[in-house]
Design a protein around this ligand. Sequence first.
Ligand SMILES: [Zn+2]
Length: 273
Amino acid sequence: MPELPEVTVISEDVAALAVGREVLRAAVFRPDVTNVEPGEFGRWLVGRTLRGTGRRGKIIVLDFGEVVGLVHLVISGRVLRLPEWKEPDRMNTAVLEFGGEGGPLVLAFTRLWLGYFDLYEPGEEDKHPLISRLGPDPLSEEFTVEYLASALSRKAGVKGLLLDQSVVAGLGNIYVDEVLFSAGVHPTRKASTLAAEEIQNIHAATRDILRHAIEQRGTTFDSYHDAFGETGKFQHQLKVFTRAGEPCPRCGTEIIKSRVAGRGTHSCPVCQN
Ligand SMILES: [Zn+2]
């Protein structure tokens, strides 16, 4: 599933491809993919120019001026460049054709089987159920050590709290495992038992790892590709995620896979306490 780094890369790719271009055609395949009537989807977007893109948690934000698009790729969604206009289908769930210099540009938002492409008037997008509950972005100024210490002052497990989008926006299973390994904190630890230094380490590791992963254009295991069809490279930098049975890069002990917070979890039984 695309997490903060992958969504950042796709959002920036869409900006590079389409900002300044006007929407000529837009359509969705099924009514459950969007919050507006499917027949109205095109009417909301046609004639509008993409002004910029952004990200809220794992959601791509498309700024069309009087309309804001929210795209959640969820598990295996992608943004694909198509050679020409194609009516939406099961694979190409939402399709937008842009005009502008260099000829038409057709972007398909694919496989939004659990995801969506919702449309809002500017300001209204904050009411979106996923956005209204988002905690601070880990790369923002609001994500301070003090904030994290208070968010982690609960008895719940640290891994579950870091996966909770209302605590920190944008982290998922891959990066939480990597952050906890880097910080030397075991995923099953009760957050309320963390020392101040451990919280500082989690805070620093979160920012370092996310920034590094964005530089490496994300992590690809199977479906994730950027909007140019390229894979990410951060999978080669992962220390524990998907490395069960391999030696810990720090101490050589075998990396263990277990189940924590309902998710497959990778950790070193020696380095992480
Ligand atoms: Zn180790």
